[in-house]
Structures are given as structure tokens and as C-alpha cells.
Design a protein around this ligand. Sequence first.
Ligand code: ATP
Ligand code: MG
Length: 312
Amino acid sequence: MKTKPKGGTRPCRLHKPFIRRRSMVVFMDIQKYKVTGERKFDLKSFDTKPPSSFNPEDTQSIMARNTAELSELQSKLYAQGKSGLLIIFQAMDAAGKDGAIKHVMSGINPQGVHVHSFKQPSPKELSHDYLWRAVKKLPERGKIAIFNRSYYEDVLVVKVHKLYEKLNIAERCKAEDTIEKRYRQIKNFEEYLWENGIVTVKIFLHLSKETQRKRFLKRIDEKDKNWKFSDADLRERGYWDDYQEAYQSAIEATAAEKSPWYIVPADKKPYTRAVISEILLDVMKELNPAYPSITSEQEDSLAEAKKKLMKG
Ligand code: ATP
Ligand code: MG
């Protein structure tokens, strides 16, 4: 996909305003949000806000354009059945994960995708290794799985609250560097998936503390949003800096060329959704799925079937 450094509209080479309007195609630079582990990563240097050049009114046209293309690519992915796609969403509360996922889903054939939300692990889940519950929800080749939270919680909330210390596990597995070990395990796991036909893409919705405060207040003030707020949200907000530090370390340790992170500004929902749809399109284009080609025997049998049907 062509990109332009600071988003906005494509510059008009002819300097004729009407041509610029008629050929209005908005290009978004998603590469600046991509983290592959090649360079030093600093979460603080990433924006939570859209660039000033972004016009929210462009969201709809971006999404419509991308949705059509995504849908076609997904049909091919499904028909071909050679690659699976795992899309992980991680974020602080009220960053807009649910809404973003809903929007992503709107352009995809429900037959080829499933969403799974990872909540606090049950006793049964805790009695297994931490990847166990995620493995069960991995996409088969040809399908897309969306994880609303994921095994990354096991190096985020588990790190912030040192929950690994409470695990009922053999002494030899209890270690100060449990989280560092998990970074390595996760990296290896995603490499394993890549080598077995499943591509992992990780999206962090990067929210500012101030925007979270405003969204929480809205959830309290607006009756139909009350259900979205819980005391636990406020409690976790108290650990804001610890979570930012945990995200910094986890992203730095697990970003890879083949399983990149994207740090998506989350303070303005239309921009967040537009960027996510661009990311997915980019990833799907990279996968480059194609409808399976048919053998000459299959071609003959199709021609035969057609002949019979034409006879009525
Ligand atoms: P929303 O609030 O928008 O409904 P959510 O993803 O925040 O969505 P909740 O039910 O509020 O859903 O929270 C799920 C909680 O489960 C989060 O606080 C998360 O940190 C926690 N959680 C997920 N995985 C683990 C884990 N492995 N260990 C401990 N806590 C976990
Ligand atoms: Mg929540």
C-alpha cells in the first residue's frame, strides 16, 4: 500500500483543486506505528493522538474502501486454507478494544473468523500452563482469530501484581525472572506459529491517562454506559505507570519482523478504527492469498457438469 509520511490527502501533482477533490484518496502512514524489534523501542515516543492532518470525516471512506478489499482477500484466504491469521488486541481499560473489534468484524465473513475474550483465568485454566487456553483458540489455516486480550496478560497484569508468585507450581519453576522467561517463551511460540502457517499481529491501543479519565467519567455519567464501568477499572488505573512499564518491556521483548506490534493512537476512536483497518489490509495483502487453481481434470469435470445442467 502506498503511504504518505504524515497521513492526510494525496498531494495533487496538477495543482488543480477539482482534480484533487475528485481523486480524493486518503493515505495513512501505518508504518510509523509498526514495531519489529529492529530498533530501540520507547513507548513514550508514540502518539496517543491522531496527526493534526487527519480529518475524522475521512474515516468512513477509508473504512468502506478497505472493507471491500479485505472481504475479497479474506474469501481467498478461506478458500486457499493455507495461512491462518491471529490478531491480538491489548490495551488499558476504555481504550476501545470492543468497538475496534466490532468495526474490524463488520467487513469480514463471520464464517472465517472468531473472536475470543480472555478474562481472569478459571481454576482449571490456572492448573494448566498459561498458553494452554490460548492454544485452544488458535485459528486453523484459512481462518482469522481475534483475541480480545491474550496470553500477553500473563506478562502484563501478572507482572504488575506479581500473580506468578501465587501459582501452585513446582519449586523449580518459581523464579524471580518468570516474566523474562515468558517473553522468551512467547517469542518462540509466535515463531512456532509462523513456521506452521499462522501469522500473528499484535495491536496495542495506546491511550492517554487523561482520555481514560474522561471515558470513565462518561461511563459513570451516562446511564446506558454504567454497565461498562467497574470498581476494578479504577483500581487498575491506580497502577497506570506500572502497566505502561509492563507494556514497554513486553512489546520490546516480543516485537519481531514476523510478529510485529502496532502501537495505535487510541485517543480518537475514528482514527483508531481507520488505522486498524489499514493494518489488517496491509497484513492480508502481505499474505497474498489466492483462490486455489484447478487441475485440468477438474476443469473437464466442470465442463461436463455445465453441459448436463444446460440441458435442463
Ligand atoms: P471490558 O471491560 O471492555 O468489558 P475487559 O477485557 O477489560 O473488557 P473485563 O472482564 O473487564 O474485560 O476484564 C478482564 C480482566 O481479566 C482484565 O482485568 C485482565 O487483566 C484480566 N485477565 C486476563 N487474563 C488474565 C490472566 N492471565 N491473569 C490475570 N488476569 C487476567
Ligand atoms: Mg474491563
